[in-house]
Design a protein. Structure first.
Length: 90
């Protein structure tokens, strides 16, 4: 009997545009309350986007306002603080 290997879901980082396994990225989701949240489970409802778990991508995103362009009209100070804290933990 031949076992099939599971297909690894790939996603693209908003910043560096590299395709990486979904588990190696942080999912950002636009919630019903019109705020952007980190979705570490990958199961929250809403429009999602992904960013690498490294400081370089996060710094570039903040400098070039990449998250703001993908989720316009929202406040991002708390999101960036949470992202930086999470990356420091990982």
């Amino acid at each position: 009997m031949v076992r099939k290997t599971k297909k690894v879901p790939m996603r693209m980082c908003l910043v560096c545009r590299d395709m990486k396994p979904k588990k190696d990225l942080i999912r950002l989701v636009l919630s019903e309350e019109k705020s952007v949240l980190m979705d570490l489970t990958g199961k929250k409802n809403g429009r999602g986007a992904y960013i690498c778990k490294n400081r370089e991508c996060l710094d570039k995103s903040k400098k070039l306002h990449i998250i703001e362009r993908n989720f316009p009209g929202l406040k991002y100070e708390e999101l960036y603080k949470n992202l930086y804290d999470y990356i420091e933990e990982v």
